[in-house]
Design a protein. Structure first.
Length: 279
């Protein structure tokens, strides 16, 4: 027989099996609420921007109304020019990000896992990290010319350092007890890396990849400003030279949208990878 509860005692927590399954339709609500909340502020900004532009509070030659910007985007899309600019920019970001992430992964593993490599390479790489992005542009133009290689190289530099720093720091921050547990189970060499070190560093590595992708989008602007004839950066400079602020704002908004979409894709792929590693 179950003893009676003492007077004033806190009720015992119920087991998950006693509580039962959650009510149908509730599991999606937090995610849906987050999506709606994330769209609420941009929508409010756009509505306020449109109202202020229509009443004349914002000068049209500086900040045109969102409907004017949307009309400019629609015209470019109808002519096919917009898709060419977006495609070229996406290709540059993709190529530069892949190159920078690959180099950052290799050197991050080397300096994080091997102490001699860290002593040899890390001081130089930390010094190079302080060089501004535009300082690389004249060198790449001199070495690689005005074509695509110089632009991709500049984007790769932007993507390299976040991946390198996060991965190397993640490896060095691994709890030594995890390594000891792996060695108890007789994991050595590649088995230790695959079963212990890799799962422990994946979260930091994913953060580095997302940060590197964000910087790749920032560096592509500098890359396309230095002599490109196509791309969203070129479209922005074209709007500046022809005194069309709607083109400048449209380019900035397209950079933001494409950057968020690519980050969403990378985040989704990383989430699937993390679930697979836990399985």
């Amino acid at each position: 027989m179950t003893p009676p509860a003492e007077s004033g005692a806190a009720p015992m927590p119920r087991l998950a099996s006693e509580v039962g399954p959650p009510a149908p339709g509730r599991s999606w609500r937090p995610a849906a609420y987050r999506r709606v909340a994330g769209l609420a502020l941009p929508a409010l900004i756009l509505v306020s921007w449109e109202v202020l532009a229509r009443v004349g509070a914002l000068p049209p030659n500086w900040i045109p109304a969102p409907t004017t910007v949307a009309q400019a985007v629609r015209s470019l899309a109808a002519s096919g020019e917009l898709w060419g600019h977006m495609g070229v920019t996406l290709l540059r970001v993709g190529a530069g990000f892949l190159l920078g992430a690959a180099a950052g992964t290799c050197l991050g593993v080397a300096t994080g896992y091997f102490t001699p490599a860290r002593a040899l390479l890390d001081p130089l790489l930390q010094a190079l990290r302080s060089i501004p992005s535009m300082a690389w542009a004249p060198l790449f133009l001199l070495w690689l010319g005005i074509g695509e290689p110089s632009k991709v190289a500049l984007i790769a530099v932007g993507a390299f350092f976040p991946v390198y720093l996060n991965l190397a720091s993640g490896i060095m921050a691994i709890d030594p007890k995890l390594v000891e547990v792996g060695q108890v189970f007789r994991f050595e060499g590649l088995a230790l890396i695959r079963r212990v070190l890799l799962p422990a560093t994946i979260p930091a590595y994913v953060v580095g990849l997302r940060s590197g992708l964000g910087l790749a989008w920032m560096f592509v602007v500098a890359a396309e400003i230095m002599g490109a004839s196509r791309g969203l950066g070129f479209l922005m400079i074209d709007g500046q030279s022809s005194s069309r602020p709607e083109l400048i704002i449209a380019s900035v908004l397209l950079f933001a949208v494409l950057g968020k979409l690519t980050d969403f894709v990378l985040e989704a792929l990383a989430a699937r990878w993390l679930r697979w590693r836990r399985a």
